[in-house]
Write a new protein. Structure first.
Ligand code: PLP
Length: 372
């Protein structure tokens, strides 16, 4: 099946007891045992497994062309499970401008647990190679990255990692499987904050880790999902599966609108620089063209002004909502440095836009009046 068809049909047979076209929501936390006791594979307790979660996991596995998926209560819970599946003392290579929540996770939690991390420019293969040591077990990629939209060559990094027996995990939240398939490009894991485009309506929190192989590393992630218990509720799984049905069409709209917005910003006198891999002038464009089928809905730009003037420009929007996060049908933007806090290295005049599905002309009119 092709992507659009899979988004609508994959996983439905997990709930085969029912003939309902729309899968039922199963909120029960417990499942009755047979008279003879329960057998391996039987449902017992919702933290261990639930029909709505099972369906969601099959659906995401199919979309990502993977072997198995573990879903979580948030994107950072998914990332935490990947880090905890390593051993204390292991070393990970992280992108310099990695999503700041994952940086905090390592700084505040995983470093106390004994995980070592180095932050490098992952767009430069030499920098990655220099950072590898005997304890390096994981290379984390975010491409395009948050918020600078830097593009990393997934096949090249995966090949290098393979030579050193290191796993590669790609945070695929921004592109989604509609625009990029990391596992086909050679990565071992593809991670999502399903809070973003998968949910698509800014009303569900969730995360997922998809594995290329059901190997021992993934088995550890699965066991952390169940034992640590940061699992999504059946209701959120049900809602997420519903939202994913329209993901391919929503992503096409996000891709088209973001390209219009990026081109508009590129020609604007009050914009110093635009970051969007869909622009031919973008340094990551060539690699993005090779590994992405669309360039996504996120655009960042540098406003020609101070921190205060940038915050004022964001404050003038009338249609684009001032909010963090991304991936909803509504357009949002933010002065990114304010969201990231004190240790952020994001430029003071950077604005990050999550381009939604409104009519593009309405978005451009709002940008024009806000930017002056
Ligand atoms: N990865 C990326 C690229 C993100 O942008 C985010 C959230 O903004 C996350 C992971 C974390 O996801 P969550 O907020 O669902 O924990």
């Amino acid at each position: 099946m092709r992507l659009e068809t899979k988004a609508i049909h994959a996983g439905l047979d997990v709930l085969k007891e029912s003939k309902a076209v729309v899968p039922p929501l199963q909120t029960s936390t417990i499942f009755e045992h047979d008279k003879e006791g329960h057998k391996p594979g039987d449902l017992t307790y919702t933290r261990a497994q639930n029909p709505n979660r099972a369906q969601l996991e099959v659906l995401i596995t199919d979309l990502e062309e993977g072997a198995a998926t573990a879903t979580f209560a948030s994107g950072v819970a998914a990332a935490a499970a990947v880090f905890q599946a390593l051993e204390p003392g292991n070393h990970v290579i992280m992108p310099q401008d990695v999503y700041h929540g994952n940086r905090l996770l390592i700084k505040q939690l995983m470093s106390r647990w004994g995980l070592q991390a180095d932050y490098v420019d992952t767009t430069d293969l030499n920098k990655i190679e220099e950072a590898i040591n005997k304890q390096t077990k994981l290379i984390w990629l975010e491409t395009p990255s948050n918020p600078l939209l830097l593009v990393t060559d997934i096949p090249a990094v995966s090949e290098l990692a393979g030579e050193h027996n290191i796993s590669v995990c790609v945070d695929n939240t921004w592109p989604t499987p509609v625009n990029q398939l990391p596992l086909e490009l050679g990565a071992d894991l593809s991670l999502h904050s399903t809070t973003k485009y998968f949910g698509g309506h800014s009303d569900i929190l969730g995360g997922a880790v998809v594995a290329r192989r059901e190997d021992s590393f993934f088995e550890r992630i699965r066991s952390i999902q169940i034992t640590a218990g940061a699992v999504p509720s059946p209701r959120d799984c049900w809602l997420l599966s519903r939202s994913i049905r329209t993901l391919p069409y929503r992503m096409r709209g996000h891709n088209e609108n973001a390209m219009r917005v990026a081109k508009f910003l590129q020609g604007h006198a009050n914009v110093e620089r635009v970051f969007y891999p869909g622009l031919e002038s973008d340094p990551g464009h060539e690699i993005a063209r090779n590994q992405m089928s669309g360039f996504g809905g996120m655009v960042s730009f540098l406003y020609r002004g101070t921190r205060e003037e940038t915050i004022q420009a964001v404050g003038r929007s009338m249609l684009i909502m001032r909010a963090t996060s991304l991936g909803g049908v509504e357009s949002t933007w933010e002065h990114r440095r304010s969201s990231e806090g004190d240790d952020s290295t994001t430029p003071q005049n950077l604005v990050r836009i999550s381009v939604g599905l409104e009519h593009p002309e309405d978005l451009l009119e709002d940008l024009a009046q806000a930017l002056g």
